[in-house]
Design a binder for this molecule. Structure first.
Ligand code: ZN
Length: 248
């Protein structure tokens, strides 16, 4: 029967297109093809996504549908980009619980009304003024690469693309870095002290934002600082009255 084309099956005008068997089969084939398709370039990320999707039935689906309507996170967390210090993991937070801002070494620049394209200030503004969070937490961590760079001067005067962006960003804590390096060198203690100093400085800078200051004064917002020890998996919180970090 070679050369003889099969006559196309045309649905009757009364048949809904989507109930036409051929259409149903096509949808099923495409679905199974999609399932088998390997998405290139994502490494094992898509495997993780599929595990996530497989776990999204029932109440979790409803939770996502509610979250799609609005969000009401409790806190803004300012954390480092470091892959080992993920706030959602450390605080065992669900989607919608925390509003996270991440950057190198969890720094907050001071309030600068003409600062330009400042994503940190934009996120703080949104979290505080639009979402009415009750806490802003600056979370530093052990073995911070940004802190190490400024303490050792590794990228000092480097060009953008060769460490220069890190150098400029981390220059915010240059003064503390110099003082600590003078006293403790680049020892582990020096690193820890600078990690803590950067948290304190970010908290002080947060308090230069008028709307943060005002809400803290009215006690509708608190500014907090903490440090995560990767090796111990332990969180140390800053007791501002004593000026010390202690484990919780
Ligand atoms: Zn870091």
């Amino acid at each position: 029967m070679l050369g003889q084309a099969r006559a196309p099956v045309i649905p009757s005008p009364n048949t809904s297109f989507k109930t036409w068997p051929f259409y149903k089969k096509l949808i099923a084939t495409n679905r199974s093809r999609r399932r088998r398709t390997t998405v290139r370039g994502y490494g094992n990320l898509i495997d993780g996504y599929r595990r996530f999707r497989a776990n999204q039935s029932g109440p979790k689906r409803e939770q996502w549908q509610q979250l799609a309507e609005s969000q009401s996170p409790r806190a803004v967390i300012i954390a480092c980009c470091d892959s080992r210090a993920d706030p959602a993991t450390i605080f065992d937070a669900d989607p919608g619980d925390i509003f996270v801002v991440r950057n190198v070494a969890n720094l907050v620049p001071p309030f600068e009304p003409i600062g330009g394209r400042d994503g940190v200030s934009a996120a703080i503004e949104y979290g505080v003024n639009e979402l009415n969070v009750r806490e802003i937490v600056v979370m530093g961590h052990e073995k911070c690469g940004g802190i190490s760079a400024v303490l050792t001067g590794r990228f000092h005067d480097a060009r953008p693309g060769e460490g220069g962006f890190i150098d400029i960003w981390m220059s915010q804590v240059d003064q503390s870095a110099r003082a600590i390096a003078h006293e403790h060198g680049t020892s582990p203690k020096g690193h820890r002290l600078l990690e803590e100093a950067a948290i304190r400085q970010s908290m002080a800078n947060l308090r230069t934002f008028p709307f943060v200051m005002e809400r803290e004064r009215r006690r509708s917002l608190v500014v907090l600082g903490c440090h995560f020890s990767i090796r111990e998996g332990e969180l140390w919180v800053l007791d501002e009255a004593e000026g010390k970090f202690r484990p919780v």
